[in-house]
Design a protein around this ligand. Structure first.
Ligand SMILES: Cc1ncc(COP(=O)(O)O)c(C=O)c1O
Length: 419
């Protein structure tokens, strides 16, 4: 039996039949075999262009410097005793702190983000940051934003807005309150009724169809949260690290946040690693008692060995990111104008773009066309009528053109199929 057939059977049996079906369709009957740069080679020898990977492959696949650093660490000591200190996570912490300290800051006094907690997933650091805010303030209310996505572990899920992911879980983490993203007074209103531990927001809501929040409203919320003694957490797991142009979108907006959460691309697209980078005040409970929040693989040397080369490579490609962003903006505006009945909106910033289609069914048809044309994109699970295009920062002009041609063709095909 072919590798693809075996994989479908195993995924169906051990994971989920609908996962097997969706993957079978996206791979057009093939499975992943290998990857390099923007391209993924499939088991049937076809090569597809990766403008998806849920924002992980910012540097494409198998960035040489990242892979070399991980190889070196693999040969030295991939896992720590956790009893003796290891220099690799310590150096990675210093690197990520320096990276954000050098970020463009649009305000007057940049926050001193000097403390770090490493996780494996995005949800890991959402949990760490909100737990620390609750410990440091002795309060339990955490304010999140309607439409926001912060992960699916129980604590993070309480802050994620979309009902689809909550099912009938009932009482999740108590104290989560969701606010209207368009209401400048929303934090003040919650503060009138509750003692707030933290405000958490994504400056651009990626999963919610790539929806930027108004920086003026965010500034007001930050001021109100601080006025009431609450911490402010910027969840940039998807949009930070130049995915949306800046090292940190919140810092570029001049927001005096107490924590920036990073993930996805932090491991260079090779290993899973995430980070909470925060102020001493938010971290205070862990400074006093570092075992209050631990995880066996937090600060894993193999994973954290990727951080410095990943951040270096991202900075080396910062200008390329601006070029790709301009090419995407122009190309998608053209597609939206040409297919006005099909594409109802285009939103984006930097290397993160969302296309709204006239219906979920239509978006599904476009996905069929994209799969046939070998372009991988990421859906928005809470907004199935929106497709996300997430190009790597290493994409060449020809790659962007190829993606736009595929999109144009897929929309034409979907229009014909639904006429
Ligand atoms: C903004 C944001 N926060 C948190 C998460 C959760 O990250 P993970 O899936 O790695 O737990 C995601 C994942 O897409 C995200 O986009």
């Amino acid at each position: 039996m072919s590798t693809a057939k075996t994989t479908f059977k195993q995924v169906k049996r051990h994971f989920s039949p609908s996962m097997a079906l969706a993957g079978k369709f996206t791979g057009q009957g093939a499975v992943e075999a290998s990857a390099s740069g923007c391209r993924v080679t499939l088991s049937d020898d076809r090569t597809v262009l990766d403008f998806g990977s849920y924002a992980v492959a910012l540097l494409g696949h198998r960035n040489t410097a990242v892979v070399d650093a991980i190889r070196t660490q693999l040969d030295l000591m991939p896992t720590s005793t956790r009893s003796v200190l290891n220099p690799v996570p310590a150096q990675a912490a210093e690197t990520v702190v320096e990276y954000l300290a050098a970020a463009e800051f649009g305000g007057t006094t940049a926050p001193a983000l000097s403390k770090v907690y490493f996780g494996g997933s995005g949800a890991d650091v959402v949990e760490a940051a909100t737990k620390l805010a609750r410990l440091a303030t002795g309060r339990s209310t955490v304010v999140a934003v309607a439409g926001g996505y912060h992960g699916k572990t129980l604590g993070a899920l309480a802050l994620t807005h979309h009902e689809r992911f909550k099912g009938n879980l009932g009482a999740l983490l108590a104290g989560a309150v969701h606010i209207d993203p368009t209401d400048p007074e929303a934090v003040e209103k919650v503060a009138a009724e509750h003692d707030i531990a933290a405000l958490i927001f994504e400056p651009v809501q990626g999963e919610n169809g790539v929806t930027p929040l108004d920086p003026a409203i965010l500034a007001r919320w930050c001021a109100d949260a601080h006025e009431h003694g609450a911490f402010v957490i910027a969840d940039e797991i998807q949009v930070g690290l130049r995915r949306c142009g800046d090292r940190s979108v919140a810092l570029a907006h001049g927001l005096p946040v107490d924590a920036v959460l990073l993930g996805k691309a932090l491991g260079g697209g090779v290993v899973p690693v995430s980070a909470m980078v925060c102020t001493e005040q938010l971290y205070a409970p862990l400074t006093v008692d570092p075992v209050l929040h631990t995880a066996t693989f937090s600060g894993h040397p193999l994973a954290t060995s990727a951080v410095a080369p990943a951040l270096r490579a991202i900075e080396e490609h910062a200008e390329d990111g601006n070029r790709i962003a301009a090419e995407m903006a122009e190309g998608l505006a053209g597609i939206a104008a040409e297919h006005a009945g099909a594409v109802t909106a285009v939103r984006g910033r930097g290397l993160l773009w969302g296309l709204d289609f006239r219906s979920t069914e239509f978006a599904g048809e476009v996905q069929v066309g994209l799969a046939q044309r070998g372009l991988v994109v990421s859906t928005c699970l809470s907004r199935p009528e929106v497709l996300r295009l997430i190009p790597p920062i290493i994409a060449r002009t020809e790659d962007v053109k190829e993606a736009l041609v595929a999109l144009h063709g897929a929309i034409e095909q979907a229009t014909a199929a639904t006429a």
